[in-house]
Design a protein around this ligand. Structure first.
Ligand SMILES: Nc1ncnc2c1ncn2[C@@H]1O[C@H](COP(=O)(O)OP(=O)(O)OP(=O)(O)O)[C@@H](O)[C@H]1O
Ligand SMILES: [Mg+2]
Length: 361
């Protein structure tokens, strides 16, 4: 897909900006703090409905303003899609999403029109940190991939919240009712995660070998939740909840279910978190993102938008070349602080970012 227009109003440090990137790679150059990542974040917000780096939407509203708006237009094989998000400072106003000029009644309607994969230095967390970072990776990917996943997850999370509230109130009589609801809600989440992981696993291995360039290293990711191998996740979830009820009542929270899922990452059979070098972990994270890119491309019949935040400067020249070769077919926004960083990327357009303004170089 091709992004033909990006508009921001009172988003982060920007008052008003309008961009029309050409096909191919657009490079954004600017000093630290100039506002390069902010632009990628705006694209991400339009695709997924949230930032890739904060859960607090208000951070994205320009200081001193009541509201921020972003809008993204993409051209796809089946025509033009336009998506937008409006954020409010006022806690009583929820964010609004727009699809093709109309206010969408539900957040999920935003998903799947414009899709993106973002690569950033923080991706290392995907490999290095706890399971939450990996679940978020799956959730962002699958929500873009299928609206049904987004809704399934939403249903599950809201049932979980209610069950946890009951536990905290010490009201255990209603638990059986919520167990059933939670079990039913868990099933599609587990099924879709498992299916996606199987496909990601295969692609991830291929990318790791290619980017890493070492035949003897085998990177593997495996879906590993309590229900990962279950033939009947709803039934097994219910059983698990009943089995954990005493523990739940003691800890006042739900201990069993896909909200505790893990994706196990291993390098040649060993947990990569404990045994991998910095470079190996970085290559692993990159491979997972490339696999996400493949999954979206296969699902939509065209590549998603690529957002590359400061990634080239962290790779050695060979790895950089191999990465660019892998993603050359997509339209990309690429940020760097130094013009030397994008040698080899053959940009179609270079823009300078400074003082909330964007100018052609
Ligand atoms: N809500 C906001 N209102 C006004 N300015 C903001 C807001 N949020 C962030 N900023 C400004 O945006 C700038 C950071 O932008 P960004 O993270 O895009 O920088 P960058 O160009 O990616 O820098 P680096 O090269 O260090 O990654 C900071 O100067 C910060 O003050
Ligand atoms: Mg940045």
């Amino acid at each position: 897909m091709r992004m033909t227009g990006l508009r921001l109003r009172d988003f982060r440090g920007y008052h008003q900006v309008m961009l029309s990137p050409p096909e191919g790679v657009t490079v954004l150059v600017g000093e630290n703090g100039a506002g390069k990542t902010n632009l990628l974040e705006a694209v991400h917000l339009c695709c997924v409905g949230r930032s890739h780096r904060t859960a607090n939407d208000k951070e994205m509203i320009r200081k001193g303003q009541d509201t921020a708006a972003v809008q993204l237009t993409v051209e796809r094989r089946d025509g033009v899609h336009e998506v937008g998000v409006r954020l409010f400072e006022n806690a009583r106003r929820r964010k609004i999403v727009f699809v093709n000029g109309k206010t969408a009644p539900r957040m999920g309607e935003l998903m799947g029109h414009a899709t993106c994969v973002i690569f950033s230095p923080e991706d290392l967390a995907l490999v290095k940190e706890g399971p939450q970072a990996r679940r978020r990776f799956l959730d962002m990917l699958l929500s873009q991939h299928q609206k049904a996943y987004f809704y399934a997850l939403q249903t599950y999370m809201s049932a979980l919240k209610q069950r946890n509230a009951l536990l905290k109130q010490g009201d255990f009589r209603q638990l059986p009712t919520w167990d059933e609801q939670l079990a039913i809600a868990a099933a599609p989440v587990v099924r879709l995660r498992r299916e996606a992981c199987q496909r990601l696993e295969q692609r991830t291995q291929v990318h790791y070998l290619y980017i890493g360039g070492r035949e003897d290293e085998r990177f593997s990711m495996r879906y590993a939740g309590a229900l990962a191998d279950s033939a009947d996740p709803a039934e097994d979830m219910l059983r698990g909840l009943i089995a954990c009820r005493d523990e739940d009542q003691r800890r006042l929270t739900t201990c069993f279910g896909p909200h505790r899922d893990e994706i196990e990452l291993t390098l040649s059979g060993e947990p990569i978190r404990a045994f991998g070098s910095q470079g190996q972990m970085r290559t692993a994270a990159l491979s997972m993102k490339l696999a996400a890119f493949d999954l979206l491309e296969a699902a939509q019949g065209e590549p998603p938008l690529l957002l590359l935040d400061d990634v080239l400067s962290e790779l050695d020249p060979d790895r950089r070349r191999r990465l660019i070769a892998r993603i050359g077919r997509a339209q990309a926004l690429l940020t760097c602080t130094d013009q030397a960083d994008f040698i080899g990327a053959r940009p179609a357009c270079v823009l300078r970012v400074a003082n909330g303004e964007i100018t052609q170089m």
